[in-house]
Design a protein around this ligand. Structure first.
Ligand code: HEM
Length: 490
């Protein structure tokens, strides 16, 4: 069998790095038109084989552990930031168990305690931090900056625990900043350069890890109360199936991983959500009406937003879901090929008739679920942000709806040897298969509570044009997107 076609490029080692890096979707759609669903492009000497469409996603996300490896693709980026011994610095079956331990901290009971905490943090952020208690607006902010500040507060107050929230006003914030600057596409391409940012990253990793160790020590020795619903509490004291204990150091490193996994993904999603709402006042109004009908009493007072109530907001859910369709924070998912990987003829057909391809060992396979999420063949008006497409039958390909409903993380068993479901969907902003996100429900809770707070209390407006997309960061971000807030009724 032959290898997939190679994308034409002029500079041997650089290959298509520039086109892919500046606008991956434009590049991938263009290549798909020319080469079919499976093709290889060169990026800094690496051979990247893209497999598009639901079946293509399945090739890498549904691939066997013996054939494709996430750890070989990511460890050089993630291990210096998270620390050793966890996530991609351990065998896959250990990661699968770590994800189970994380799920112990993401229970409905935990979420019930989180909802009011997220609300309080958001209230305090608007009122005190941004000063809306003194001046009701209008005031404008760059969305991504605004939400990065807010999300780290809400995530640390809930998942990370109160000690981390308290630490954010001092040293922890600096460590986080240095870690974050070591988590960029440059670090992905060049794991170790003799640059100050790399040294700061390494120092911050140690400091952050020590900070968590100290929290665990104090809790153990009774010097501080244990917050039973946070992630530190959920992770400590676990054992792997073979009896090996999860050490405090492992817990510390997993806490950093969780912080990094949720921070930019959630701040990007809240930014894009608010920017779209600011551009579509009628949808913002409909969202307010949904909120009012659920929470306003006859005398004009408001009920609290609880975890249960966040699941009773169909339009809010559709708004978030639609935003993730158009702006999946992670545009490409990588795996290293460990053994020659056979591409089924049906998938290779676009390129070379009925002969199957083989993706050779040593290549990377790339899944880009965002391509099928914006494919005009699957979605009518694919480039239009239309939350109502999730609520009404607007002629969306039934396949898209069916496979979406089959792809929630609740149905996935992270046990050994289980083949996970839901790797063949055109909509998978949270990935699929054994590496699928465990943070989806938390992300929805956090976004629903924050957006509810805004909808209840503020009018918003887009300042300037709708932003372009910045693909030069690990996470797909809006570039220069500004929103103006004004307290309702002022
Ligand atoms: C994995 C997206 C929020 C924790 C993933 C993957 C995606 C993703 C696409 C799969 C990566 C791969 O297959 O290589 C998102 C999005 C989020 C979000 C869009 C928010 C809108 C979170 C949050 C947490 C989290 C809040 C923590 C509570 C994880 C973990 C993994 C993961 C532990 C597993 C990595 C693995 O098994 O290799 N996420 N995520 N994520 N995410 Fe999220």
């Amino acid at each position: 069998p032959s290898h997939p076609p190679v994308v034409l490029h002029y500079f041997p080692w650089f290959g298509s790095a520039y086109s892919y890096g500046t606008d991956p979707y434009k590049f991938l759609f263009k290549c798909r038109a020319k080469y079919g669903d499976v093709f290889t492009f060169i990026m800094f000497g690496r051979k990247m084989t893209v497999a598009l469409g639901p079946k293509g996603n399945n090739l890498s996300l549904g691939g066997k552990v013996s054939h494709v490896s996430a750890e070989d693709a990511y460890t050089h980026l993630t291990t210096p930031v998270f620390g050793k011994g966890v996530v991609y610095d351990c065998p896959n079956e250990m990661l699968m168990q770590q994800k189970k331990f994380i799920k112990h901290g993401l229970t409905p009971q935990a979420f019930q305690t989180y909802a009011p905490l997220i609300w309080q943090e958001t209230h305090q952020f608007f009122e005190q931090e941004k000063g809306f208690n003194v001046y009701p607006g209008p005031k404008s902010y760059e969305a991504i900056k605004f939400f990065s500040e807010l999300i780290i507060l809400t995530a640390s107050r809930t998942l990370q625990g109160k000690e981390v929230r308290a630490g954010l006003t001092s040293s922890a914030a600096k460590h986080f900043e240095h870690l974050d600057k070591g988590f960029t596409p440059i670090n992905f391409l060049f794991p170790n350069l003799p640059l100050p940012s790399y040294r700061k990253r390494d120092k911050a990793q140690k400091a952050m890890s020590d900070f968590y160790l100290e929290i665990m020590r104090k809790r153990r020795e009774g010097e501080s109360d244990v917050d039973e619903h946070d992630m530190i509490a959920a992770l400590t004291g676990n054992e792997y199936k073979d009896g090996t204990p999860l050490t405090d150091r492992d817990v510390a490193h997993m806490m950093i991983a969780i912080l990094m996994a949720g921070q930019h993904t959630s701040s990007a999603t809240s930014s894009w959500t608010l920017l779209h709402l600011a551009q579509k006042p009628l949808i913002f109004k409909a969202l307010f009406e949904e909120h009012r009908d659920l929470f306003q009493n006859e005398d004009g007072t408001w009920e609290d937003v609880t975890y249960e109530s966040t699941k009773e907001m169909p339009l809010m859910a559709a708004v978030i879901r639609e935003t993730l369709r158009m702006h999946a924070p992670i545009h490409s998912i990588y795996r290293k090929v460990l053994q020659d990987l056979e591409v089924p003829p049906a998938l290779a057909a676009g390129g070379n008739g009925s002969r199957p391809y083989v993706v050779p060992k040593g290549h990377f396979v790339v899944a880009a679920p965002g391509v099928s999420a914006m494919d005009p063949k699957v979605w009518p008006d694919a480039d239009k942000w239309d939350p109502f497409r999730w609520l009404e039958d607007k002629g969306m390909a039934q396949e898209a709806l069916d496979s979406y409903s089959g792809a929630t993380s609740e149905q996935i068993d992270y046990g050994f040897g289980q083949v996970s479901k839901g790797t063949e969907s055109p909509y998978m902003p949270f990935g699929a298969g054994r590496h699928r996100c465990v943070g989806e429900q938390f992300a929805y809770l956090q976004l629903s509570v924050i957006m509810s707070y805004i909808v209840r209390n503020y009018d918003i407006q887009l300042l300037g044009a709708f932003p372009q997309t910045n693909y030069n960061t690990m996470i797909v971000l809006p570039l220069n997107g500004y929103v103006t807030f004004k307290k309702r009724g002022q």
